[in-house]
Write a protein that binds this ligand. Structure first.
Ligand SMILES: Nc1ncnc2c1ncn2[C@@H]1O[C@H](COP(=O)(O)OP(=O)(O)O)[C@@H](O)[C@H]1O
Ligand SMILES: [Mg+2]
Length: 377
């Protein structure tokens, strides 16, 4: 069946809608490319994107619309060869005709007969959204860095009260049942961790980061969940959707805990009092790659970790500056949580993005995978 033939009603037991109007209603440009580059189908968004008509595209083929050295062509080839979907973030697609676009591109083979090679690839080009957000995040790295300088100043203000808190928890411990004692232990462990973190941040500016080790993200998330459940997320449901095949990330465990603690804390603060829910999810997606701005290099970021809540969503007016320090809508907020998250994720060679609407906000962290032999990125 070719794409431009609507599915006959007789072929479906429960007929809903023809495929073509659905494809034309999508905001993303969708093209069906045959082996050799002929364009079999393009939806309306694709016609708009390339500023041409479907008939023209069919006549001319993909090579006419994207530069010969474009990674888009390579991606199509890859999808044919690998026989699976491949995706790239942060590509620049530029031609005199369409100008310059910052896009996310996915190429996925159409498999009709599992024993035969795919006859065509579906190319979807997303001109806005994720790719934009990543661009924005990358350009705001500088802002996040200033947090490090400020941490030195804050260290003094934070470390002193922490030692008081720790001492008080230890005094309490004596009169408690063993069940409650696990909570005072949590206080002590957490204050120790914060002190350590501050110590490390103080020297961070001058010294190289500490050696990385393989870190199991699920252990990180479990730890974060335990802290959350014991405190700020007590009344919330925390659901886990873990991908058991997730390989370790190369990183710094304590700082990764900080990342997800900050994200979960924000999620808990955003979630409604009644029926609040946080979803921690992980996935391994080997197809996810990111173009490094200003170079031909691409890094694979196959570890996907997300924190989702069912709150009101991120206020529209702060979205563009969300990762900058001091951006906050909370009366007692610092606006440092996400700035620090962006900085740490950046230091790990990863990327953070978000999607937010009323009732569903997701922060997604993409990280590189740990390679035991220290293979190049
Ligand atoms: N999950 C979320 N849902 C809605 N808004 C959020 C969420 N996470 C962050 N925000 C917004 O981003 C702002 C900055 O967050 P952050 O940097 O952690 O600072 P703080 O939590 O101290 O305000 C918050 O004040 C809030 O407005
Ligand atoms: Mg916060």
């Amino acid at each position: 069946m070719t794409v431009d033939q609507p599915i006959p009603a007789s072929e479906t037991s429960h007929r809903t809608t023809d495929a073509i109007p659905v494809l034309n209603a999508l905001a993303d440009a969708i093209l069906v490319i045959r082996r050799g580059g002929a364009i079999e189908f393009a939806n309306m968004a694709a016609e708009q994107f390339f500023d041409t008509s479907l008939a023209q595209m069919r006549r001319r083929g993909l090579a006419h619309y994207v530069p010969a050295d474009s990674p888009v062509l390579a991606l199509v080839e890859q999808a044919f060869d690998a026989e699976k979907a491949v995706r790239e973030f942060g590509l620049t697609l530029e031609t005199p005709r369409i100008g310059r676009h910052f896009v996310t591109v996915q190429a996925a083979p159409i498999v009709e007969d599992p024993d035969a090679a795919a006859h065509a690839v579906v190319l979807s080009i997303q001109a806005q959204g994720i790719a934009r957000k990543i661009d924005r995040q990358l350009t705001h790295r500088g802002a996040a860095r200033s947090v490090t300088a400020m941490a030195a100043m804050l260290a003094h203000e934070v470390k002193n009260p922490l030692s008081g808190i720790r001492g008080a928890a230890q005094l309490l411990e004596g009169g408690l049942s063993s069940e409650d004692r696990s909570l005072t232990k949590l206080i002590c462990d957490e204050t120790d961790r914060i002190v350590e973190l501050i110590d490390r941040m103080e020297v961070f500016a001058e010294s190289p980061p500490k050696p990385r080790e393989p870190v199991n993200i699920h252990q990180v998330l479990d730890h974060v969940k335990a802290i959350a459940k014991a405190g700020f997320a007590q009344r919330l449901r925390v659901r886990e959707e873990y991908d058991p095949s997730l390989p370790p990330v190369l990183g710094d465990r304590d700082r990764l805990i900080q990342v997800f603690l900050n994200l979960v804390k924000n999620a808990a603060e955003a979630a409604p009092r009644e029926g609040g829910e946080i979803v921690l999810a992980t996935a391994f997606k080997p197809g996810v790659r990111l173009a490094v701005p200003g170079s031909d290099r691409r890094v694979q970021l196959p570890l996907v970790v997300s924190v989702q809540d069912n709150g009101e969503g991120i206020p529209e007016d702060i979205r563009a500056h969300l990762f900058d320090p001091f951006v906050t809508t909370k009366s007692t907020g610092t606006g440092l949580g996400l700035a620090l998250v962006a900085k740490i994720v950046d230091d790990h060679g990863g990327v953070i993005e978000f999607a937010s609407e009323r009732g569903r906000t997701v922060f997604t962290v993409l990280l590189p995978v740990f390679r035991p032999e220290g293979a190049p990125k």
